[in-house]
Ligand binder design. Sequence first.
Ligand code: SAM
Length: 219
Amino acid sequence: MLEENINYQYITEFINQNTPDTTPFLAELEIYAKENFIPIINRETRRFLEMLLKLKQPKRILEIGTAIGYSSLVFEEATGALVDTIEIDDKAAGLALKNIQKAEKSEKITVYHGDALTVLKVLKQESYDAVFIDAAKGKYPEFFRLCFPLLKQGGLLICDNILYKGMVANEALIPRKKRALVHKLQRFIAYLMRHTNLTSSIVPIGDGLIVSIKRSATC
Ligand SMILES: C[S@@+](CC[C@H](N)C(=O)[O-])C[C@H]1O[C@@H](n2cnc3c(N)ncnc32)[C@H](O)[C@@H]1O
């Protein structure tokens, strides 16, 4: 059976019950996203990313896929970093700007309104300590190709929804119309896991993350 979440529901519920709430404003955005069917990082993914980023202590974070600005605000809140985030959709970009203004974070979070495949080409090389890819899954290989030079050595790369409701790990779950996309994700995962300049790990949390570190001269 195809599940929204890749883990047993009782495990997810347990993790979520034990995960502290966000700020009241982020909680408002969570409700808005739920009511309007806007996919944002889920509770357990949010906590895990907060932790990873706090360990990394990034000064600058790049995000592909802003939606309403929820995860950008989470990242800024967790680290105090400057966040650059890219959103292709007009309505979502407008809402994100409004939410970021409301949270008084316009000086910390910059929303680039456009296709990441275009915007990424004009950003400065090796300027980000962490990159979060959370947009069209079919374009992950292209996003990665353009993001990799923007990430500093030792930088953190995180891609969300990598296990895509479990489909990437079980052919029997894949409906015919999703086959090409799922196979593309499988090839992307294999590519990252074998990339000689990355150390990567697949993390079965939320809809699945792949977390990679760009190799530096020392590791
Ligand atoms: C899953 S949502 C992002 C959720 C957000 N990261 C959060 O957790 O709050 C994915 C977003 O990526 C955007 N997107 C899809 N393709 C894109 C592209 N080529 N360039 C920029 N944004 C894109 C979609 O419009 C959508 O708002």
